[in-house]
Design a binder for this molecule. Structure first.
Ligand SMILES: *Cc1c(COP(=O)(O)O)cnc(C)c1O
Length: 821
């Protein structure tokens, strides 16, 4: 062991001189650059290698510890991990940020500048992928043996530019210069089968066996990324799979003498992990997507069982040793896959295999929107995964028999809960498969979990009453406060000590400081400095001037009709009209910032982006409004952008239609950074209100129940249009081309969706309440001391929204694990 220890590059990360030596060492021997002739990017890669070395040492220690403890392992299967950059996060979590900063300064470099050369790991769309990344941080920080499994996409989430107000997508070639954090594992290689056919035969004992033969194979190769916990936490592992052509497969064509065909085939198989699907909350039923799902599930399960089988003769202990969490239905093909392995490959009786499977899996639901619920055509399954389709049919047959026995005489119920949708071309319902094959199903906020049981999964909640639970989402305070908002973190640590970073409930100790005038002044100074920093960034990048003394009002998230960026814009237009009508009336100057990507095929969302930019052009170009209202669309919203914006937010816009946003997590990030929320009673906003108190949040609009009633009675958007002159005026301006004189009917589809189209997300129904609530925001902002008290209380009461709390709940309620002594 001491021999290994001597092999370590850096023995003491607190020793600045040693760090300098290591940096130059890495620059020469890992990057292959002469220190007298280097680009800043070379220094970034040298630096990342030094940091990875340190992580690797801790990572091996963690893995050895888990092994010695013989701890139950949690595997988090997710199609998406929206990680962002790693450098600062790793340095801060390891507690050696200042030392590295110094080491760089000694060689004439600034850490902040070097860090800008890191590409984002944007292997996710939005909230769901970011949740997975926060959970990895918490698992490592809590020293739980939790391992992420996903796909190493060559191209992550597209980057967005704005040209003439429209979104333009650009490929995200994040691996162009290589990923310095990962270890390629060419030796960890698994075969993944597709297509082929199933052959039925009898074995020596006369039992029917199924062989899946003549398949087309792709190989999955592992890449490991170390995930550093905070402080003395573990360093855990995220294993991502990349597709490689299988050698067998090539050989077939080689033998035919068709060299080019073989190479073509190779490229085709490797396309499997080429690109992340950029659709958030809509399902695109594309064959490649189903292939991706099975690809990473099959590789992950082989890997999981390889580890398990190393010290187990049979599978009896599987649910005691292994918990597998399915992040949405995307990986739920794992359920029939495990059954296939146990029954076809290991000869277990169905009943036993099914019992082990159910006790191993748990499923997290992320949405109630019907267009997001995954279903796949039976014909596609039959072609791609013929054996899995048979197994799904068998699960379904037994499940429906059981339901018919327990709740007899209800054929409609059988039709509703079936894993197969028989109408409109047969389809496999993945959510039903996930529920039937898991021992726990959780929603991600209280309201969402309740609605899950009372709407989309009502029948299942009756059939499996103990299966459904809630675990409210959380965010990691390391990235979203400690790293993103260093000035506020320092102020908090000065006031209550450093314990809050790993124990966020400790923030409650800030509450009494609302009565401390000096603390309020410093808290306000921090926010003001963050706003100024953001203003400088906006000027440098977008050439826009914003006033750091204006109210920073921010809505950043994917662009979607249910999130109601349109409601925000209607309110902005109304504000514009009022300011023009009353040029000398006193007002609270505002900077309204929006940002977010639209799915490339989502026409309405892209039109909303164009509308925001067209409104911004008119508002910002009007000299009458100067100093009173600014509208900014921040392009290419991603994790790094979020970390720049959130510390400067004063008003957090969380205005989705009640009952549509499962949880939301940007609401939590902004609360934690001292913003006040203006929001509907939707998702986790409800729990934020519970925590911060109703005096410290701006709540407006219809509740989910009230909306339900309204729709039952017949919702008539035209009544709202005719009943409110300011609303009518704003809509008429959009419809008549006020903001698009070059193309007056540009926004007709948007206006039509609200009026003729029935306004599915009740924008008009909530408009008046929203505008009135915004007036209350202005009034409070006019009293800075009162505002600051509330802002401090928001921080002090945000402790519950740590992802550490979420992970502890999963550990206790779902996985049955704890750090073993
Ligand atoms: C937190 C986060 C999200 C989720 O935002 P919501 O407002 O909860 O939808 C999406 N994208 C990025 C980059 C994030 O950091």
């Amino acid at each position: 062991m001491t021999a290994f220890r001597d092999a370590y590059g850096v023995t003491n990360p607190k020793d600045v001189q040693e760090l300098e030596r290591a940096l130059v060492n890495r620059l020469i021997y890992s990057i292959g650059k002469d220190p007298v002739d280097t680009q800043p990017r070379d220094w970034f890669y040298a630096l990342a290698h030094v940091v990875r070395d340190l992580l690797t040492v801790k990572w091996m220690e963690s893995m050895r510890n888990y092994y010695l403890q013989d701890a139950k392992r949690v595997y988090y299967l997710s199609m998406e991990f929206l990680i962002g950059r790693t450098l600062d996060h790793a340095l801060l979590n390891m507690g050696c940020y200042d030392e590295f900063k110094q080491a760089l300064e000694d060689v004439g470099l600034r850490l902040e500048e070097i860090a800008e050369y890191e590409e984002e790991a944007a292997l996710g769309n939005g909230g769901l992928g970011r949740l997975a990344a926060c959970f990895l941080d918490s698992l490592a920080t809590l020293r739980l043996p939790g391992f992420g499994y996903g796909i190493r996409y060559d191209y992550g989430m597209f980057s967005q530019s704005i040209q003439g107000g429209w979104q333009i997508e650009h490929p995200d070639n994040w691996l162009r210069y290589g990923n310095p954090w990962e270890f390629a594992r060419p030796d960890v290689l698994y075969r993944v089968q597709f297509c082929g056919r199933v052959v039925e035969r009898r074995d020596g004992d006369g039992r029917v066996r199924y062989d899946w033969v003549d398949t087309e194979d792709v190989m999955a190769m592992a890449y490991d990324i170390p995930i550093p916990g905070f402080g003395d936490g573990s360093v855990n592992n995220l294993r991502l799979w990349a597709a490689k052509a299988s050698r067998d497969f090539d050989l077939r064509y080689f033998n035919e003498g068709n060299y080019i065909k073989a190479v073509e085939q190779k490229t085709q198989s490797e396309n499997l992990s080429k690109v992340l699907y950029p659709d958030d909350t809509t399902q695109m039923g594309r064959e490649l997507r189903l292939r991706q799902e099975y690809f990473f599930v099959r590789a992950s399960l082989q890997d999981i069982l390889y580890h398990f089988s190393a010290d187990h003769e049979d599978f009896d202990a599987l649910p005691e040793e292994v918990a597998i969490q399915l992040n949405d239905t995307h990986p739920c093909i794992a359920i029939p896959e495990l059954l296939r392995i146990l029954v076809d490959e290991h000869d277990l009786p169905w009943e036993k295999a099914f019992d082990l499977t159910v006790r191993t899996f748990a499923y997290t639901n992320h949405t109630l929107l019907p267009e997001a619920l995954e279903t796949w055509p039976v014909w596609l399954f039959e072609r791609l995964l013929p054996r899995h389709l048979q197994i799904i049919y068998e699960i379904n047959r037994r499940f429906l028999d059981d339901v018919a026995r327990r709740l007899p005489g209800d054929p409609e119920l059988i039709r509703r809960v079936s894993l197969i949708d028989e109408g409109d071309g047969k389809r496999v319902r993945m959510a039903h498969l996930a529920i039937v094959g898991s021992h726990k199903v959780n929603g991600v906020a209280k309201l969402h979990s309740e609605l899950m049981k009372s709407t989309i999964f009502r029948d299942f909640a009756r059939i499996f009453p103990d299966r459904f639970i809630n675990i409210t989402n959380g965010i990691t305070p390391r990235r979203w406060l400690y790293q993103a908002n260093r000035p506020l973190a320092a102020l908090i640590t000065e006031a209550i000590g450093p314990g809050w970073v790993a124990d966020l409930e400790r923030l409650s100790e800030l509450a009494p400081l609302t009565e401390d005038g000096e603390f309020r002044r410093r808290f306000r100074a921090v926010k003001r400095a963050n706003k100024e920093r953001l203003a400088n960034l906006l000027r440098a990048r977008l050439n826009i001037d914003v006033d750091p003394d204006s109210l920073f009002d921010v809505q950043i998230k994917r662009i979607h009709e249910y999130k109601r960026q349109l409601l925000n814009i209607l309110q902005v237009i109304t504000r514009y009209n009022r300011l023009r009508d009353h040029p000398s009336a006193p007002c609270v100057p505002r900077t309204v910032i929006l940002g977010g990507k639209a799915a490339p095929g989502y026409r309405m969302a892209k039109l909303i982006i164009k509308l925001i930019n067209d409104v911004a052009a008119v508002v910002n170009g009007d000299p009458q409004l100067a100093g009173r209202l600014k509208v900014v669309f921040v392009p290419d919203y991603n994790v790094s952008r979020a970390m720049e914006l959130i510390p400067a937010v004063e008003l957090s816009e969380q205005i989705s239609t009640a009952g549509t946003e499962a949880s939301g997590t940007s609401n939590m990030k902004m609360t934690l950074n001292g913003a006040l929320t203006i929001g509907t009673l939707d998702g986790a906003n409800i729990e934020i209100r519970e925590q911060v108190g109703e005096d410290n949040i701006f709540i407006f609009g219809l509740t989910a129940d009230q909306l339900d009633d309204l729709r039952r009675r017949g919702y008539r958007p035209w009544d709202y249009y005719h009943g409110n002159t300011e609303l009518k005026r704003a809509l008429d301006m959009i419809a008549s081309g006020y903001f698009s004189p070059d193309q007056p009917d540009r926004f007709k589809p948007l206006v039509d969706s609200l009026l003729a189209g029935g306004d599915r997300y009740a924008v008009l129904a909530d408009y008046a309440a929203y505008v009135e609530c915004q007036d209350a925001v202005d009034r409070l902002y006019g009293d800075p001391d009162a505002w600051t008290r509330k802002a401090i209380l928001n921080v002090a009461r945000a402790g519950r929204f740590s992802s550490d709390r979420s992970i502890r709940e999963y550990a206790e309620l779902v996985w049955n694990i704890g750090p073993r002594p």
